[in-house]
Write a protein that binds this ligand. Structure first.
Ligand code: PAZ
Length: 397
């Protein structure tokens, strides 16, 4: 099946999300507004996707992504003068509010009750931001307000992989009037697998046998097709569930060759856990889809290093947060920093990548040191903007 055929099979198989028409009208007016002012617009995708196991979904397959990369990057794009369409997994992190919505950064910890003597009602003090957080919160609040007041940030949520794909296609097509001013920054962790609708159970999958009279005749999939209890069923009261997933069509192909505006820049992400595979997989994706940049990252080091894999020299370029400025991360493994680059070098391949980039002065890079250290997105986005500017200039010539 050609990519176009599997695309239409996919989109014909699923009903579009209910919110799609509303999102489309919001996106159209947002884009029109920024086309008029010749502003660059980036579509940032963020967070994980769910893969429902039932049509009336009780259970689903999910992934780890909290949307940190997407939400943080969106802020730095705004700082660079871009307008941002933020296509995010519902309830994942959002630009600006993310500073106060981590479980480790509960917003209540930033607040206090002023002493009652300060206010007219002697029983209740006003709720105030604690002194030590005033400057930081004022800064975040101002940036958030500026983005809102100037119509620079459009938040559009999705939940399932199918909703994500419908939204992505719709937005890419709406972005056509932007031409080279459009940038796609695909940081969402999109499932590679899904259950086609004709194989999906309508109702909650039961873990034990249901008498025939309770089974609905219009069930897309009979209970016997969903469960394989085999011999286990005779020994145990509950059954084994075997889930049979199909590959999600490679939408990047369609994005590059059909949906996106002419001259636009497309950046995808590649996540791996094995350092030996990262650069190879990023290069393979770049060759397969012939887009402009793959940003590779390892699960264990993604907050401290990424690799830019490009079709043009230097082909492979590492961006790292200097050691002294690395944020603490519960899931991160700092020992792994540099492993993927070393693995690539040990394969004996020529790489023109400078070793680790360790900027020394904050003024050199304009990066921002937060309470938690330097955010790698503050290094990624300015580099990416340079590449996008280069592409726009080339397109105009
Ligand atoms: O959302 P997060 O900050 O926890 O993680 C970001 C990420 C690792 C999902 C992103 O950087 C990424 O690599 N996205 C693409 C994943 C992939 O499809 O390979």
């Amino acid at each position: 099946m050609s990519p176009a055929d599997s695309e239409s099979a996919y989109f014909n198989n699923y009903p579009p999300p209910k919110a799609l028409p509303k999102h489309e009208s919001l996106a159209r007016s947002f884009i029109e507004y920024h086309v008029e002012s010749n502003r660059r617009v980036v579509l940032v995708t963020s967070g994980g996707t769910t893969v429902p196991l039932e049509n009336q979904t009780v259970r689903f397959i999910d992934n780890f992504s909290a949307g940190t990369r997407g939400a943080t990057s969106a802020e730095y794009f705004l700082q660079q003068g871009y307008a941002v369409i933020f296509l995010h997994r519902q309830f994942s992190l959002l630009p600006y509010s993310r500073h106060y919505s981590h479980s480790t950064n509960c917003f209540l910890d930033f607040m206090d009750e002023a002493s009652p003597s300060d206010v007219s009602n002697s029983d209740h003090g006003h709720i105030v931001v604690r002194n030590e957080y005033q400057d930081e919160m004022r800064d975040v609040l101002r940036k958030y307000r500026y983005a809102k007041q100037n119509n620079l940030l459009l938040l559009l949520p999705f939940t399932t992989v199918s909703e994500y794909l419908f939204e992505l296609r719709m937005l890419a097509k709406c972005m056509n009037p932007l031409g080279p001013n459009a940038l796609f920054y695909l940081a969402a962790a999109v499932s590679d697998f899904f259950i086609p609708r004709d194989r999906m159970a309508e109702h909650k999958i039961q873990s034990s046998e249901i008498p025939k009279e309770f089974r609905s005749p219009e069930e897309a999939v009979g209970a016997d097709d969903i469960y394989t209890g085999g011999f286990e069923q005779k020994q145990e009261s509950s059954k084994k569930l075997v889930v049979n997933l199909d590959p999600v069509p490679k939408f990047l192909h369609q994005l590059v060759n059909g949906w996106s505006p002419e001259g636009s820049m497309i950046v995808s992400f590649k996540l791996e856990t094995d350092p030996n595979l990262l650069v190879y997989k990023a290069q393979t994706a770049l060759e397969r889809y012939a887009h402009h940049l793959v940003i590779g990252n390892l699960l264990s080091t993604r907050k401290w290093e990424v690799v830019f894999v490009t079709p043009n020299p230097p082909h492979e370029r590492w961006i790292r947060v200097p050691k002294s400025r690395r944020s603490k991360s519960i899931s991160g493994v700092e020992d792994q920093v540099g492993k993927a680059e070393a693995a690539k070098r040990s394969l004996g391949e020529q790489t023109s990548a400078a070793p680790a980039e360790e900027p020394t002065k904050e003024e050199d890079t304009g990066y921002i040191a937060t309470r938690e250290g330097t955010e790698i997105e503050s290094l990624i986005i300015p580099e990416l903007v340079k590449l996008h500017t280069g592409m726009i200039e080339k397109f105009k010539r």
